[in-house]
Design a protein around this ligand. Structure first.
Ligand code: SF4
Length: 119
């Protein structure tokens, strides 16, 4: 039996789940889906910042477009920390494609780079 907190909504139900797919503590069906996913293949979105070459906007927010395997979160943040954006970009554009071979892109979360000065 594994204990976990459901992170799907602010209720934060305390769940218990086992390998026979018995789930308790969930107030709604989404909690059961979350618990079974946590047992088999826990995943999370990653939101962090990325450096740029632009002095006026030295860092910008980025995030993974979909959830990635939870065990790759630290490595993903580390990989993103090595990226330096050196061109104008729009919100939603890909900063890093297929990060760590997950099939998930990292995208820009701001429009501040679309017309930033180079110097
Ligand atoms: S089980 Fe349902 S109600 Fe409870 S936290 Fe998860 S999504 Fe929210």
């Amino acid at each position: 039996m594994k204990k976990m907190i459901c992170i799907i909504c602010p209720n934060g139900c305390e769940l218990e789940a086992d390998d026979e797919e018995h789930v308790t503590g969930n107030l709604c069906p989404r909690g059961r889906t979350f618990a079974l996913q946590e047992l088999k293949d826990p995943r999370r979105s990653v939101s962090t910042t990325c450096r740029t070459v632009f002095p006026d906007i030295p860092v910008v927010p980025v995030r993974t477009e979909q959830e990635i395997p939870k065990h790759l979160m630290k490595d993903t943040v580390r990989a993103i920390s090595e990226i330096v954006i050196d061109r104008h970009m729009r919100i939603g554009e890909t900063v890093a494609a297929d990060i760590l071979n997950t099939g998930v892109n990292v995208v820009l979360c701001t429009d501040r780079l679309k017309e930033v000065d180079h110097d």
